[in-house]
Design a protein around this ligand. Structure first.
Ligand code: HAM
Length: 418
């Protein structure tokens, strides 16, 4: 056993699986970039207060799962458990909301929650997220959901489910929680559960215990309380999704794990992933900016779990595209060939191909073994004969067959095989 091991419950990616992770992450990012979202790169730690205010004291994320510590200046710092609060902090701090609206940003990186580790649930995990801030337009809700859906489709996933609901506006929520609280007061609950319900009664729908689930089965549901305006917003979101041919089901008992949600909320889950099946989720958050000291503007976004999306892709057997493999592996056989190999590799790399070389003084056998292990699509052996003739044998590593080509035309051959 190695002397040092990674901390408990973190996910990490090393070759070759890291290529797969990279492909999934890049595909998710590309879906956001080609919809007009621009990168926002934020610190992985923030003042603890930001998450307590933004995400909500009643959530498990804030009350049980934050990595919080005091820095050397005695300030309370927390490793970001999610991305939305930090984005909103940055938007307010840098007045991004004073320009063109909506502000459309994407981010990608590590997030931290001190959860009990299990398959698909990590203490450090990765998300790709987007936020569209500043307009309360149902068509933006549709766009945000469509981006996630398109990203999953582009990856080749099919075995997932999109669930949506509406959590309504402040008026809806006020009338509903009054009735929900009255209902909960009739139940025989333990003290801790009563305390949780006092902070946010909706949390009881999230309770994993069978007996609480059974009690909550007859609770009033929020969708029945939607104000006329919220109902209209939700209808427009649904007709927009239908127009784009996006399949969804309405889940009137969905509870998101973060407190800032209002109006549209959604979750994608994957059917092959077992208990931790949520591959992405998001929704609108109309009070968050004001709550954090900014003006009263709404926003919507999602966070997609890259780790779980990788697991979903593996479960469905999604192949890694050819461009993530090396195009060529060069095996040089002499000192002169080594120098020529570097020149050739750099020329091909500059033209956009990916090329590696067998470094070290290897025998032909050792060099070919390295070529096999490299996962490259093709290999060439470069000896003094090849250098003087200008011809090489381009070996197809899948079939084992070889073709005589000139060194000068290698890039054309490699590109046509992509
Ligand atoms: P969330 O639902 O808490 O939302 O997380 C989004 C996704 O991150 C989940 O669907 C899941 O795939 C992944 N995830 C969460 N926790 C873990 C974990 N412990 N291990 C592995 N993956 C995990 C948010 O974070 C919101 N900020 C999303 C959002 C953006 N809403 C509006 N804008």
């Amino acid at each position: 056993m190695a002397k040092y091991q990674a901390p408990k419950g973190v996910s990490e990616y090393f070759p070759d699986r890291s290529l797969y992770f990279e492909y999934v992450r890049n595909t998710l990012i590309e879906a956001a970039r080609n919809s007009g979202y621009k990168l926002i790169e934020l610190p992985v730690f923030e003042d603890t207060e930001l998450f307590a205010r933004g995400v909500g004291e009643s959530t498990d994320v804030v009350s049980k799962e934050m990595y919080t510590f005091e820095d050397r200046g005695g300030r309370s710092i927390t490793l970001r458990p999610e991305g939305t609060a930090g984005v909103m902090r940055s938007v307010i701090e840098h007045n991004l909301d004073r320009g063109q609206l909506p502000v459309k940003v994407w981010y990608s990186g590590a997030f931290f929650r001190a959860e009990r580790p299990q398959a698909g649930r990590y203490r450090q995990f990765y998300q790709v997220g987007i936020e569209a801030i500043g307009l309360n337009d149902p068509e933006i809700d549709v766009e945000v959901i469509a981006i996630a859906e398109r990203a999953f489709k582009t990856l080749g996933l099919s075995n997932y489910l999109l669930e949506i609901t509406s959590l309504g506006d402040a008026d809806t929520r006020g009338r509903y929680t009054k009735d929900l609280r009255a209902f909960i007061a009739t139940l025989d609950l333990d003290e801790a559960t009563v305390a949780r319900a006092e902070l946010n009664p909706l949390r009881l729908f999230d309770d994993k215990r069978e007996e609480i689930r059974a009690l909550m089965a007859s609770a009033p549901v929020l969708l029945d309380y939607l104000s006329a305006e919220s109902a209209k917003h939700f209808e427009r979101v649904q007709s927009g999704l239908q127009a784009l041919g996006i399949n969804y089901v309405v889940n009137n008992r969905m509870v998101r794990g973060l407190d800032y949600y209002t109006e549209t909320a959604f979750e994608f889950s994957h059917k092959d992933l077992g208990a931790q099946s949520g591959i992405g989720g998001g929704g609108r958050y109309d009070g968050l900016m004001e709550q954090l000291g900014g003006q009263s503007l709404s926003g919507i976004g999602f966070g997609i779990g890259v780790d779980r999306t990788v697991l979903a892709c593996e479960a469905e057997g999604v192949p890694l595209p050819q461009t993530y493999f090396l195009d060529l592996f060069i095996v040089p056989l002499s000192a002169a060939a080594k120098a020529a190999a570097l020149l050739l590799a750099e020329r091909l790399r500059a033209s956009g191909l990916s090329v590696d070389i067998a470094f070290g003084d290897r025998s032909l056998k050792g060099g070919m073994k390295a070529a096999d292990k490299s996962g490259a699509r093709f290999s060439v052996v470069l000896g003094d004969d090849e250098l003087s003739s200008g011809n090489v044998t381009l070996k197809d590593m899948r079939t084992g067959s070889g073709e005589a080509v000139t060194i000068a035309s290698l890039d054309v051959h490699l590109r046509s095989a992509r």
